[in-house]
Design a protein around this ligand. Sequence first.
Ligand code: CTP
Length: 404
Amino acid sequence: MIKDKKILLGVSGGIAAYKACALTSKLTQQGANVKVVMTKSAVEFVSPLTFQALSRNPVYTDTFDEKDPSKIAHIDLADWADFILLAPATANIIGKLANGIADDMLSTLLLASEAPVYIAPAMNVHMYAHPAVRKNMQQLESWGYHFIEPGAGYLACGYVGKGRLEEPETIIETIIHHQREEMIENLSGKKVLISAGPTREKVDPVRYFTNRSSGKMGFALAEAAAAQGAEVTLIAGPSEQVLKEQNIHRINVVTAAEMYEEMHRHYAASDIVIKAAAVADYKPKHVYTEKMKKQGGNLQLEMVRTQDILMSLGNKKDKQFLVGFAAETNEPLKYGLQKLRAKNLDAIIINNVAAQGAGFEGDTNMVTYVNKQEDRNEIGLATKTEVAKSIIQLILRDMKDEDM
Ligand code: CTP
């Protein structure tokens, strides 16, 4: 939820600005890219240099300080952010936002941004209770701004009561919790169709062709989608994997032809389709009904092509968000991109199966997610469960962007 997120941290002028330093550090340590915007009053409390060092990004304080002439900083930042966090948020910045006032860098970009905004207020207990502040907060809440309530306790002004900026850990937990809930909301009612595992192509009653796929990645994707409220159908090739989630509709298949049938049967009703299975590209032309007896000399078997299931789904795609996998051992990006385009996909997950810790059978993976705009996201070495969660998040992000 935090890793690789682009977070714009707005710091306004209150003594709690010092806590925003710890917040920046924690977010950065968790893999977020944090850019800090400070009001003039905030600069009275903490030096921009502190935030610059902690975030390893330039700090913005002035609307007219254009660091890059090819961009307009406040618009660029407003568009850049995955979400904005105002911490601490003073009565003043809350009041400005609620009333459409844009007279400095922070208030201007707040009006220019469409990103979700989390507001963590910090102020004197009487200020927090003042009807003007309450009214402004209610107004913002009605527009979809999310508040992270201040804690109660000793305040720097000497009073005891509500108004203390929530602790950085709690702020981060609240945001993660909220984003998870939103994701569940996004996936609930959505129909997700996933294929997993290998296929088996029979030669005779005792022999078949298959591959090393264990089904772990596809099963992890099914579990991740179901845990987030989706209605999941899993078309599974022969696999020893067991589902932990009860509410997944598992259909077992053996051959590529059976997988083709089942995928097409469920395709029209699906919103998201992920083709994680390692499908055989060839099958024996002739399937022997009796066990083949060995002959003198070598054996030659004629193999014929199976259907490319993913390609056929891409050709009849309408509303579905269609995701493929590319298992590669050399030039993964080049071949992955070719598959993305050739199969009319919305995204492809490129798996360099030759890399250490990645690919078939193991419990970990490392992939590159590329969407149809060809934006790349690297998902570093992690358990297949974690990789699956990240993939679902990226799919949701791209589906949301498409809706806009
Ligand atoms: N795929 C499919 N049907 C096939 C072969 C592949 O649906 N007959 C799907 C896989 O499920 C995967 C994607 O296509 O999502 C890419 O599979 P991969 O084996 O990496 O590539 P191929 O398209 O088979 O191409 P090549 O074997 O030349 O790398």
